[in-house]
Write a protein that binds this ligand. Sequence first.
Ligand code: G3P
Length: 218
Amino acid sequence: MKFFIDTANLSDIQEAYDLGVLDGVTTNPSLMAKEGIAGHDKVMAHYKAICNIVDDNVSAEVIATDFDGIIKEGKELAKIDDKIVVKVPMIKDGVKAIKYFTSEGIRTNCTLVFSSGQALLAAKAGASYVSPFIGRLDDVGSDGLQLIQDIVDIYDNYGYITEVLAASVRHTMHLIQCAEIGADVVTCPLNVITSLLNHPLTDKGLAQFLADHKKANG
Ligand code: G3P
């Protein structure tokens, strides 16, 4: 399973990359705004800075919601770096744009997916990634992980190559359950990745090993 970090914060991206387990980055307009990145040139420069840290897979989201606007913005984003994946919302013109980008060899991430029907459309359009938002489904009393399972099953039935990218992953159990289900990718904040390190028996065992070593060696 690939690990993406869901942030536009450069130091978090660097820290996850330095851990040696990072496969990519997802951003969205809210995450860019959170970092205070505003204005066309600053946004483009920030995407380039992210690309300079990681090896591949930097999702950069379009703002336009009409076909021509999505194509114009997506082409511009794709020109920043070969690592860019154009993130397109699950709307009618978005699906058309994904089909177009696919024919042009531009990778896409179809975002704001909340149903298996939407995921099926994204795959038929040729999206490289589909992003179901599991935490936001849980927030409204739906089962986000069940959606991941349903999409994995549907894609397996037909051999779609679109990768299931579980987004809005809020905690380590989300991540682990996505791995059990067979999601291709999870994207989550840095703390969800680093929390995987933690186990009290690891801490206790290490303290014991070090104490025993000190006793024996002085
Ligand atoms: O990748 C989508 C993600 O940014 C949404 O996460 O926690 O805002 O629902 P969240």
